[in-house]
Write a protein that binds this ligand. Structure first.
Ligand code: CDV
Length: 322
């Protein structure tokens, strides 16, 4: 039986700082219903999907920061998403700010993560991921048009990049992985998942068009978005689903460009607006085999010993003598 999973890239348009969780969840439920009508088994929502992208502001008081975080998942505001998963028979991947009481280095403490979960068709959480590559800065940098304070508001994820098995219906079991926004720019993200046999990577993102430290990259923001996900898919023989929070949010222009990428590296589904929009693609997980068993047959063709020699030399070319 072919393992075809119909996936919806459930892009969200801007979310205002004043918008309530209930308003946002209402928009997400509308996309879930549209996905079901289009035969989807799974929808993927963006990074930090429940609120505006709050790291663009500098806050000092914990209470001003913690309002953007979820203490429970599901909580009262997000329970309708889990109910919809069950009643529609539709899985989802959700990015959100996670506040958790957990053992830290100095004992039990409150921890903040930029997280994602995958929920199956029964409404059960089947996997968790916490963002590892946190971009931006930790201190207020007033010279920027807007801040990117992920290094201030989040701890680096402590769960690694675990691939996991999930089942989205009969003949629709596969090996999945999650990554969040800046993770998608790093080849290690895909390769660590690829080494675990991943067949579909689910990625949400918030990417401003303007990059304050390197404005010369602005005109290339769509190109780079596609470049990293297409090469990550091809080089690891996996599907990649990348989903944006898009449009002008609180004065900051964010790219859309949500895409579904086949293991060939080809884009097979794409959003064309910067608003709430669903792009749908039928993804045959068995297409991954053609790449995993040939060009990217890791067991036959990778040369890990050779790579280790470079890493042990610390990567850089030794300084010139004299
Ligand atoms: N939310 C993100 O991780 N955004 C980064 C920005 C800072 C460039 C990204 O890689 O898209």
């Amino acid at each position: 039986m072919p393992r075809v999973i119909t996936v919806g890239a459930a892009q969200l348009g801007p979310i205002a700082r004043a918008d309530t969780r209930a308003q946002v969840v209402g928009r997400m439920l509308a996309l879930m219903h549209e996905a079901k009508a289009n035969g989807c088994d799974l929808v993927v929502f963006p990074e930090l999907a429940l609120t505006t992208f709050f790291p663009r502001w500098y806050f000092e008081r914990p209470q001003d920061i913690d309002v953007f975080f979820e203490r429970d998942m599901p909580g009262p505001d997000t329970q309708p998403l889990f109910d919809a998963a069950r009643t529609l028979g539709l899985g989802f991947c959700l990015g959100y700010a996670e506040l958790v009481e957990e053992d830290g280095q100095e004992g039990r403490k409150t921890r903040h993560f930029n997280s994602a979960i995958t929920v199956d068709k029964s409404g059960a959480i089947v996997a968790r991921y916490r963002k590892i590559h946190l971009p931006g800065h930790a201190e207020h940098e007033p010279w920027r048009r807007f801040q990117h304070l992920e290094k201030r508001y989040f701890e680096r994820g402590n769960l690694g990049f675990p691939a996991f098995r999930a089942n989205f219906g009969e003949g629709k079991a596969g090996i999945f992985g999650m990554a969040i926004c800046n993770d998608r720019r790093w080849p290690e993200t895909y390769r660590v998942l690829g080494l675990q046999g991943v067949e579909m990577i689910l990625i949400g993102y918030n990417t401003p068009v303007h990059n304050p430290p390197a404005p010369e990259h602005d005109a290339l923001s769509h190109f780079h978005n596609q470049l990293v996900m297409q090469s990550g898919a091809y080089q690891n023989g996996t599907w990649v689903v990348g989903v944006a929070k898009a449009g002008k949010e609180e004065g900051v222009e964010q790219i859309g460009n949500s895409i579904i990428v086949a293991p060939s590296g080809e884009i097979v589904g794409a959003c064309t607006t910067t608003g709430d929009e669903l792009a749908v693609a039928r993804c045959d997980l068995d297409l991954t085999a053609s790449y995993k068993n040939t060009t990217f047959n890791f067991a036959h063709h990778r040369e890990p010993e050779q790579y280790r020699m470079i890493v042990e030399r610390k990567g850089a070319v030794p300084p010139a003598k004299g």
